[in-house]
Design a protein around this ligand. Structure first.
Ligand SMILES: Cc1cc2nc3c(=O)[nH]c(=O)nc-3n(C[C@H](O)[C@H](O)[C@H](O)COP(=O)(O)OP(=O)(O)OC[C@H]3O[C@@H](n4cnc5c(N)ncnc54)[C@H](O)[C@@H]3O)c2cc1C
Length: 407
């Protein structure tokens, strides 16, 4: 009889796992809380060779549509003067360009939208999931791929919560054609950095968010220290309601959005500030979390449900793909599910812990501004352009502590 997997969360991590297990001959069902197709979400992502390799294993080729190669990283000061430059061969892609082929490859009838996972129960013969609508499903394995606020993780480790890093990422995407010709010419195809004290702004081109339109967009991510008290303020809408640690973009108060645009004019090179002026900015508070184990009985955690590293390692999607590949390899290689999950836990647990530690180190100079009371070492406060440009989203193969773990 076919073995059956229940995948909770139908984003990239869940879809990698679902496709790889289906290829091993498993019967797989994906349960996604959101009711509609997810393609409209997500922004630019940095790719890694390891991500491309997992896509290739699924028969999904990297073509022109999937990415834009950026040749150089350049750091400039607020006047636009160059401070540092280095060669950089990464391909920038769009989230939807990875999601779409993964989603299309998986049987439609087995992808269930609008199914919020609520609880689980497991015994020697299987695992059952209960959903918010009262329905249930049973299988041999349950995969929690339900992201940062994973309900599956909460069931396994009650009380374990993501930790706020002390800063937020302001971001947005601007159509290339919305920028003045002189600005476009100055930006070229560079991957730009500006490093105001205690901050990190980066911007780069990504394929157009709307594939029908074609062309390119400029994507920016601006990390800024924000104390917990300030976070509560910027998450408060014009009616005075605080939305917790995140606020839907349309509800961001006009004074908060205006302040970001003013700061961009003051702190960033004019051509880069122009990108901030042209789009409606939104922000995400930065969190990280480490699960103590990635497998408990017949339940495995994967992607952001397992570990969230701050985005400076540029590896969230790649980590999800590698987690899924390791889980599938472990199942294919081991005699039984229990030993497969033990292997997965050992290999990917270590990878996740190292990723989180590295990302914390890269973001420590930003965090330090919102937690001045902590004693920071000079190394933790190092924001020299050469260090930041060389280390942010570095190739996995060039990070010995991660490369040696493989999949
Ligand atoms: C500012 C920023 C920049 C980033 N830049 C990059 C980058 O350049 N490169 C990169 O690789 N990564 C980047 N990331 C990280 C990347 O977005 C994530 O690591 C990656 O998307 C994780 O995928 P996932 O499938 O594990 O989780 P998610 O994409 O969070 O998906 C979880 C899914 O589970 C669903 N779900 C949640 N709860 C339930 C429930 N109870 N029942 C059923 N379904 C549920 C959700 O709706 C969602 O679809 C960045 C992140 C941030 C914040």
């Amino acid at each position: 009889m076919k073995r059956r997997a229940l995948v909770i969360g139908g984003s990239l991590g869940g879809l990698f796992a679902a496709n790889l297990l289906a290829d091993l001959g498993w019967e797989v069902d994906v349960y996604e809380k959101v009711a509609d197709d997810l393609a409209a979400r997500g922004a630019g992502i940095g790719t890694h060779a390891e991500l491309i390799a997992v896509l290739a294993r699924l028969g999904i080729a990297l073509d022109e549509r999937l990415g834009i190669a950026s040749g150089e990283r350049i750091c400039v000061d607020p006047t636009g003067r160059e401070l540092y430059r280095c060669a950089w061969g990464h391909v920038m892609s769009a989230w939807a360009n990875v999601y779409r082929p993964l989603k299309d490859r998986f049987p439609r009838s087995r992808y269930h939208f609008g199914k919020g996972f609520a609880s689980l129960a497991q015994d020697a013969s299987g695992v059952s999931a209960r959903f918010e609508d009262g329905s249930e499903a049973r299988g041999d394995l349950l995969i929690g791929a339900d992201g940062l606020r994973s309900a599956v993780r909460s069931r396994l480790f009650p009380g374990l919560e993501p930790a706020y890093a002390g800063y937020v990422a302001w971001r947005s995407i601007v159509e290339e054609t919305a920028l003045p010709a002189a600005t476009r010419a100055w930006l070229g195809t560079g991957y730009w950095f500006v490093l105001p004290p205690g901050e990190m702004m980066l911007c780069y081109q990504v394929p157009a968010k709307d594939p029908a339109r074609g062309g390119r967009d400029w994507n920016y991510v601006w990390y800024r220290p924000v104390t917990e008290q300030q976070l509560a303020d910027i998450c408060t809408d014009a009616t005075g309601r605080c939305h917790g640690t995140g606020i839907p973009p349309p509800l961001i108060r006009p004074d908060v959005a205006a302040a970001i645009r003013d700061d961009a004019r003051r702190l960033l090179a004019p051509q880069i500030a122009e990108i901030v002026q042209r789009a409606q900015p939104f922000f995400q508070a930065i969190f990280d979390i480490e699960s103590p184990r990635l497998a408990v009985g017949r339940v495995a955690l994967l992607g952001d449900a397992a570990f969230v590293a701050r985005p400076h390692v540029g590896m969230g999607v790649t980590k999800g793909a590698l987690d899924a590949a390791c889980l599938a390899n472990s199942i294919a290689q081991c005699a039984d599910l229990q030993s497969a999950l033990a292997r997965y836990d050992r290999l990917r647990g270590e990878f996740g812990r190292r990723c989180v530690a590295r990302a914390r180190q890269l973001g420590s100079y930003i965090e330090a501004r919102s937690r001045p009371e902590r004693a920071w070492t000079p190394g933790e406060l190092d924001q020299r352009p050469q260090r930041v440009l060389q280390e942010v989203a570095r190739s996995l193969a060039d990070i010995p502590q991660l490369a040696e773990l493989g999949v």
